[in-house]
Design a protein around this ligand. Structure first.
Ligand code: SF4
Length: 316
């Protein structure tokens, strides 16, 4: 099978380790503005992105803090580097195929970093305590390594993406809207679709691969519902470890994801109405910005900003 001009699709998959920092779970990670609880009295969540669905599955209270309370979070070096590397890989495809080289990609980093800081001035605080620029230099060098590693996994001179950073949104028959941003969509001359996502963290261990694929199956479901075509291949490119994780979905996979999302949507609706958002502590709490508000860490959540319905009472 040929995707654009790429023929390296069947490279071995050797997932080795997981990396929570690279999991892209921050509020700004790939989901866009989430439909929160809507207007007062209309408490059903409006939409779901893979990031927010993952938040709820990880910890319902984390979902509440991000979607309903909209508590601010500090930018992290790892997430910001991920955003920078994504921007570089996206922009590289502006160049003619033969000029998409590693040196050219690395040369894009300073300009894309400037653009990122201009669009998100809060990022300047990341290196505010680094007057000599040593940490910044190390951070940029790591971004270069990640970009360089991509060339060991894919050959952009042989790829012609159909879409880059594609915002997708669809509404299911139930009224649940699904949305997200797909890093890259390749379409083969046969019309077969490949969905590609870059991760700047490391590949998960095999036992966690299913969780990593959830986001990709989510996107595949959206594309299926929008275009009537089940993507032929889902491909996660792990720049942190130099691995690829691929999966060829079938309709039954995506129907399962759809059922799971409806169950999730119902659980979110119930929590929204009851105000009962349980903390679910895991080792990922170490990455959570909201420990000061979390009862598991001795904190108190802010006052719940929505009306609460007594259990068993019906929506008006
Ligand atoms: S600290 Fe852990 S348990 Fe508390 S809100 Fe964050 S993820 Fe949930």
């Amino acid at each position: 099978m040929v995707w654009g001009m790429d023929s390296s699709i069947d490279e071995a998959v050797t997932p080795e380790a997981t990396d929570a920092a690279g999991a892209g779970t921050g509020p700004a990670a790939g989901g866009g503005p989430e439909g929160a609880a809507g207007e007062r009295g209309a408490l059903a969540p409006v939409s779901l992105s893979p990031s927010r669905a993952s938040d709820f599955m990880q910890c319902p209270l984390l979902y509440r803090f991000r979607v309903i309370d909209r508590l601010p979070e500090k930018p992290s070096e790892a997430a910001t580097r991920g955003t920078l590397v994504h921007a570089v890989l996206e922009r590289l495809f502006d160049a003619p195929a033969g000029e998409r080289t590693a040196p050219r990609a690395k040369a894009l980093i300073p300009g894309q970093w400037d653009r990122l800081r201009e669009s998100r001035p809060e990022l300047t605080e990341l290196f505010a305590d680094d007057p000599e620029g040593e940490r910044l230099a190390g951070w940029l060098a790591e971004a270069e390594r990640l970009v360089e590693r991509w060339f060991t996994l894919e050959d952009p001179t042989r790829l012609e993406p159909a879409e880059r950073e594609l915002f997708v949104e669809t509404e299911l028959d139930s009224g649940l809207r699904l949305r997200g941003i797909i890093d890259r969509v390749d379409v083969a001359p046969t019309g077969e679709v490949r969905i590609v996502d870059y991760k700047t963290g490391k590949a998960p261990r095999p036992e966690y691969a299913e969780g990593a694929l959830f986001q990709m199956k989510f996107y595949a479901l959206v594309v299926w519902r929008l275009k009537g075509v089940v993507p032929r291949r889902l491909q996660l490119v792990y720049l942190g470890s130099g691995d690829m994780l691929t999966y060829d979905p079938v309709p039954a996979d995506l129907e399962r994801v759809e059922r799971r999302l409806h169950a999730l949507w119902e659980a979110i609706r119930q929590a929204t109405e009851s105000g009962d958002w349980r903390p679910r502590p895991t080792k990922l709490c170490g990455w959570c910005d909201h420990r000061a508000h979390c009862p598991e860490f001795g904190g108190t959540p802010p006052p719940y900003p929505l009306p609460v319905r007594a259990p068993g009472s019906r929506a008006g």
